[in-house]
Design a protein around this ligand. Structure first.
Ligand code: SIN
Length: 484
């Protein structure tokens, strides 16, 4: 690392402010959802910038793919150190640009860095295979090669972790990456790319295009056959459209899309622990998380006790300025996000749901909310709310709970709470989801596979599965016949 002292968030913003618009590129303002004030202006890249980024990425790929894996590993681990040295500064930037409470944002930085560390280690472990031939003069093997330059479209809700979860395995595999972060929270991406360069990472191996013209920039990527892979985290509807566009140039695709996670609480569960896990799962990032529970199914025998305890805990959640260390729930990211949450709660209440706590908004802050008497036909049971609302639905039997949990086009994450080992296996096997948390409302980890089935996407991020997404298999057959 060339910087001796880590940058503060203010020094980083100062650098951005000095650079903005200097080369004639238009800029746009990144605003804080907490204050409505501009945090800083950044470049508003267009199709020309995208074309330039492709040229640079393609050229860089030619070198980066040949860099020894031990050197790729060294650079990634140095990047990990740099990110952790800037944990506080990056956490403050995340908090400023998208409203995540700063203590949670620091946690996201550690989570994001864990992907860089994990793939820094994995870079050295990319292995091939030898296998036998039916012909004794032949030797056969399969080796792994990087897929090529990658286009990564990342969401606003995890401005650090969703970048490193894609870019770290890409770089470890020998791919180069062009990242288009969400327009609501592009600053963290710029910060991460800056640190990559600071530790000696080749600049063009990782480019960031901040833009409000997602369509214009993406079109360049989809039309260019040299971009060999699309990796995307975001909504199912956008993912579906990107999948179709990526088909034009037959790119490899990973899609991490929406979820509608059920959380099943059986009457043998330890109620206090179950309430804690539901709080952690539901109210993390103010409910703006693909894997947070959207439907809390509670067995009838414990429903009243569970609801009371949940409401008591929700009442204790500290809503407020995300820059304060004690804050647990910050603002929603923008007016569209707020509108969706409000419309889901209104629809549920109009159709007979009971509001136990919450239900009000103040600017972009939405009170943590608990609803009961939630039934089929309410929007909240069908669409991702992406807000701090816990709808409780009652059930009688295990079969009924499983049926309701699976009755959705989504298949990202599901959770359950039980003390019965046999039930744990039965239910976990029956749940049609990519991730199941058993007595665990936060199963995400750098070394574990993350991803969904059905409308929740394609492919996996994290662990060795996440690295495979950036590797192709090359089969080599060697004939050893001697000349006659
Ligand atoms: C997401 O919301 O997609 C990310 C959540 C996680 O990694 O746990």
């Amino acid at each position: 690392m060339t910087t001796t002292q880590p940058l503060t968030d203010q020094q980083f913003l100062q650098r951005l402010a000095e650079q903005a618009g200097k080369d004639g590129t238009k800029t746009f303002a990144v605003t804080s959802p907490a204050t409505g004030q501009t945090v800083v202006d950044v470049a508003d890249c267009n199709a020309d910038h995208a074309r330039d980024a492709v040229e640079r990425s393609v050229k860089a790929f030619d070198n980066w793919r040949k860099v020894n894996p031990y050197e790729r590993s060294r650079l990634l681990l140095a990047w990990y150190d740099a990110i952790m040295a800037h944990q506080d500064a990056i956490g403050k930037i995340i908090s400023a640009e998208m409203g995540k409470p700063v203590s949670e944002a620091r946690g996201e930085v550690a989570y994001a860095a864990a992907f860089v560390q994990f793939y820094g280690e994995e870079a050295k472990r990319i292995r091939g295979e030898t296998f036998s031939s039916q012909f004794s003069h032949k030797r056969l093997y399969a080796e792994r090669m990087p897929v090529g330059p990658v286009y990564a479209i990342t969401p606003w809700n995890f401005p650090a972790a969703m970048i490193t979860r894609k870019v770290a395995p890409a770089l470890a595999a020998g791919c180069t990456a062009i990242v288009k972060p969400a327009a609501q929270s592009p600053l963290t991406a710029v910060f991460l790319a800056y640190l990559w360069e600071q530790v000696g990472g080749p600049a063009d191996a990782l480019s960031v295009l901040t833009t409000r013209d997602a369509r214009g920039v993406s079109e360049v990527m989809f039309d260019d056959v040299r971009i060999r892979k699309l990796t995307f985290t975001g909504s199912t509807s956008v993912g579906r459209s990107l999948y179709a566009q990526a088909a034009k140039t037959l790119k490899k695709v990973s899609l991490e899309l929406g979820g509608h996670a059920p959380f099943l609480i059986f009457d043998d569960a330890d109620l206090d622990l179950a309430v804690n896990e539901v709080i952690a799962c539901k109210f993390r990032n103010a409910g703006q998380t693909c894997v947070c529970t959207n439907r809390v199914y509670v067995q009838k025998g414990i429903a009243d006790a569970f609801t009371q305890k949940l409401v008591e805990r929700v009442a204790e959640l500290k809503v407020g300025d995300p820059a304060n260390d004690a804050t647990e729930i910050g603002p929603l990211v923008d007016a569209a996000g707020l509108e969706k949450v409000q419309s889901h709660v209104k629809d549920a209440v109009n159709k007979g749901a009971q509001l136990h706590i919450g239900g009000n908004a103040n600017e972009l802050y939405y009170e943590p909310t608990v609803l009961t008497d939630v039934r089929a036909g309410m929007q909240i049971l069908e669409e991702e709310t992406f807000g701090p609302v816990a709808p409780i639905i009652l059930f009688d039997t295990e079969e009924e709970a499983i049926h309701q949990a699976n009755d959705t086009p989504y298949g990202l994450a599901a959770y359950m709470y039980t003390n019965d080992l046999r039930r744990m296996h039965r239910v976990s096997e029956a749940l049609e989801y990519g991730i199941v948390g058993v007595n665990d409302g936060g199963p995400s980890a750098a070394q574990a596979p993350f991803g969904g089935i059905k409308d929740s996407g394609l492919g996996r991020e994290g662990g060795h599965w996440g690295l495979d997404e950036f590797l192709e298999v090359k089969y080599v057959s060697v004939g050893l016949r001697e000349p006659a």
